[in-house]
Design a protein around this ligand. Structure first.
Ligand code: ACM
Ligand code: ZN
Length: 783
């Protein structure tokens, strides 16, 4: 079976490479043509063209020659050929001909591609159109064409096809937030490569924030000396910035791939990177020591638009930034600007009076209008988040609608251009795409691949004569919880690819089932670039529900079973002998019966043979842990609280300054709430001890965002070093009805930008066999 599959792969021109020994990972065929985004018109022909070491790459005209050279380099890397781009006026039999024809009856990004056994011609209306035609040609070749090293033994066959293609929307964007977590120059370039493969043509580069200023400004060196660094909750220094030379390099790299980089220089809020460097930029420079924010969320202290010196600073910054970016559009933020300081600032109030403004919203609008004038001096146009509608929209501003679609609809109806990026439409791709119990921690919410794919940038509610104002859409990848570049890619892909099709392909050509099939080819292309894309994990459903409540430690007393589901269709494989699953392991088809203690390892497997992360689910056969009798239970837990900068529960053994008390509920184990800054409170650690009353004999799952939970004297849940925003260490235990000893530990700390003081200290439980999670109530606690 394996051998014949291998031969079939060779026949189909797929990788029958030198990696025969790594057969489990070799690439299996995906059926037929798999282009993403789906072209507007595609007609399959008969036969095919085979790219060989002797295939000429002919280019008509200088611009076509530049693009031909770009693709010759790319083809040579994976094929090992030495193809050269040749300037030539006439197409030739057996050649790939690249042309630019300004009269092509398609939009500026349009192209035609015709492939037959006689040769291939790709014609772009512009260089950009030709580039996209060539990207399509790459997608007609076997996916290993994307390899950066030579792949032997592949027949580089291109099926006969005739394509006429152009995008539905001119703006097809991806936001990259390097402020919360930085990307190196090479990482940004790699991301641009990936975006351009799928014809995304805008990278919105979020460069300044409360959590860091990331672009060199020569006139204000402290912006990078001070503003690019923050001290994290664990005391480490996090930072990074781009020199202007690096910015130019990235912008040129993107431009060579027809990606326009749109910088975002945020104002008047989200400005702590600048304020920490130059406190005079805010309303009350002396009020406190300003530091680059090491918590996620929004800073209350913002630029002071009452002072003329603030505008001088903004002007100076823009004077340095704008020449680095050829983009006609520049993003100035405008979102989430608290007005609380402006209300009490004499300078801001004077400005309001002098300019005849009604209120602080109009002061924000005044600020945006001044920024727009600064941009206009450089011939640039302004984009802002939809808050720029508040207090009056600056003339000719383009609105990025993120808080749903209403802002976009309103702006379009006023005659302004709009880019749609609503979280409600799935375009916040920092949201979860699987069960929060097992996925890497994310900010919140759920944006499935299908939701992103299904997004139609034209809202139904918009008047037909205003639809042309909707320029396109963008997927926003905010980086608070993107702790590594691997996680960044995991969140971006494949959802960015869904956005590419949602914005390129006509609505009536979109087909999610077909997209899912074509994605299997795209995954193999991403593999060549070593991209850590998301593969849906096997998840456990909540009994009687479609929701997932995955659990890595399942207690049972007699027999039980393992039911699995995935957030989108994919094969699941598993082992029960402790070995790591492979693509050839048993396939999950029905709930797996479990009668003895064992570890079941589960993974999802793509048609290519690539596996998801493996989950090890421990099944532990237990007898009911006995309850204790309490002669006179007193409500609540005994607490010990210590003031101090603790980070881990293990630090508490040396602590002596405990103060005793009682917590009626687990929520009270978190002693304070932080609304903005850690200096609002004294940091504490709290230990709560006592007993929990279990209603009936059963196996119970516990879930908590506290640091640790002990049950019947044993460490049961350990969230040490986690960002405990959502519980990721749920665990179960067989318990007899009655009182069981518990201990909870709360550590007040900032972990990866998340202060444990933000969310309620929660302990939830459910009966494994049928229960939904409910919170442990005051009645269940005693000491
Ligand atoms: C935003 O997500 N604050 C634009
Ligand atoms: Zn002010």
């Amino acid at each position: 079976m394996r051998k014949s599959l291998f031969r079939l792969m060779c026949l189909m021109g797929l990788a029958c490479s030198s990696m025969a020994s790594a057969l489990a990972l070799t690439i299996r065929p995906t059926s037929s043509i798999s282009i993403i985004p789906q072209p507007k018109e595609l007609v399959e022909g008969q036969g095919s063209f085979t790219l060989t070491a002797r295939t000429p790459l002919l280019a008509q005209g200088d611009s076509a020659l530049t693009i031909a050279r770009f693709f010759a380099d790319k083809l040579n890397a994976s094929t090992g050929f030495n193809l050269r781009a040749i300037a030539s006026k006439a197409p030739r039999r057996g050649a790939i001909t690249l042309r630019i024809d300004p009269k092509l009856p398609l939009g500026v990004e349009g192209y035609t591609l015709s492939a037959s056994s006689q040769g291939i011609t790709v014609t772009g209306r512009t260089g950009q159109g030709l580039y996209y035609g060539m990207q399509t040609l790459l997608q007609l070749l076997p996916p290993t064409i994307e390899s950066s090293t030579k792949i032997s033994g592949v027949t580089w066959r291109i099926p006969a096809v005739s394509i006429k293609d152009e995008p539905t929307f001119e703006y097809r964007g991806a936001l990259v937030d390097v402020c919360r977590h930085f990307l190196t120059v090479d990482e940004v370039k790699k991301h641009i490569d990936l975006l351009s493969m799928f014809k995304i043509n805008r990278m919105h580069w979020h460069l300044t924030e409360d959590q860091g200023w990331r672009i060199e400004i020569k006139k204000y060196p402290r912006l990078t000396i001070v503003g690019s660094k923050r001290i994290e909750g664990d005391g480490s220094v996090y930072g990074g910035f781009y020199t202007q030379e690096q910015v130019r390099d990235i912008v040129k790299y993107a431009s060579d791939r027809f990606v326009t980089v749109i910088p975002e220089i945020e104002l008047p809020g989200h400005a702590m990177g600048a304020i920490a460097s130059y406190p005079e930029l805010t309303c009350f420079p002396q009020r406190r020591v300003y530091e680059v924010r090491n918590l996620w969320g929004i800073e209350q202290d913002v630029y002071c638009p009452g002072k003329e010196t603030t505008f001088k600073f903004i002007q100076d910054v823009l004077d340095e930034v704008l020449p680095l970016f050829p983009s006609e559009y520049v993003h100035i933020g405008g979102d989430e600007c608290p007005k609380i300081r402006w209300k009490e600032c004499p300078d801001c109030q004077r400005r309001i009076k002098e300019e005849g403004l009604k209120n602080e919203e109009e002061l924000q609008s005044y600020t945006i209008r001044r920024a727009q004038k600064m941009l206009a001096k450089h011939g640039k146009k302004l984009i802002g988040w939809d808050e720029i509608l508040e207090g009056g929209l600056a003339p000719s501003a383009t609105v990025m609608s993120w808080r749903g679609e209403d802002g976009g609809i309103k702006a379009a109806n006023m005659g302004h251009d709009v880019i749609m990026t609503p979280g409600s439409g799935g375009l916040y791709i920092d949201h979860y795409q699987g069960d929060s119990k097992i996925e890497p921690v994310a900010i919140c919410c759920y944006a499935s691949l299908e939701k992103v794919y299904s997004y139609n940038p034209i809202p139904a509610a918009i008047a037909p004569d205003k639809r042309h104002h909707i320029k396109g859409a963008q997927a926003n990848l905010w980086a608070e919880y993107l702790y590594t570049t691997d996680i960044m890619q995991y969140r971006a892909f494949p959802r960015v690819i869904a956005l590419a099709e949602a914005t390129w392909t006509p609505q009536d050509r979109k087909d999610y089932k077909s997209f899912e099939r074509r994605l299997n080819g795209a995954y193999i292309r991403l593999d060549q670039h070593k991209v850590n894309y998301h593969i849906p994990l096997p998840e456990q459903p909540l009994p009687g529900s479609k929701a997932s409540a995955s659990l890595n430690f399942v207690a049972f007393t007699d027999t039980t079973s393992l039911t699995l589901q995935t957030s989108r269709p994919i094969t699941i494989v598993y082992t029960t002998d402790g070995s790591e699953p492979t693509a050839e392991s048993s396939r999950y088809t029905a709930p797996i019966k479990v009668s003895e203690s064992q570890v079941i390892k589960v993974a999802s497997v793509l048609p290519s043979g690539r596996l998801s992360r493996v989950r090890a689910i421990t099944f532990d056969k237990q007898s009911y842990s006995p309850a204790v009798s309490l002669s006179s239970p007193t409500p609540g837990l005994c607490t010990q609280t210590s003031i101090g900068d603790y980070y881990r529960a293990s630090e508490l053994s040396a602590v002596t300054n405990w103060v005793e008390g009682v917590a009626k509920t687990t929520q009270e184990l978190r002693p304070d709430r932080v609304t903005n800054h850690m200096d609002e409170i004294k940091r504490k650690a709290v230990i709560g001890e006592g007993y929990i009353k279990i209603p009936e004999d059963g196996c119970y799952v516990f879930s908590t965002n506290l640091d640790q939970m002990y049950l019947d004297g044993e460490l049961f849940i350990d969230n040490t070093d986690e960002v405990p925003k959502f519980s990721r260490h749920d665990k179960s235990r067989a318990l007899s009805a009655g009182w069981h000893k518990v201990k909870f530990i709360f550590i007040g700390a900032v972990r990866g930008g998340f202060p444990t003081y933000w969310d309620d200290a929660k302990v939830e439980y459910r009966n494994l066999k049928d229960g939904k999670f409910t919170e442990v109530t005051a009645e269940m606690l005693a000491h």
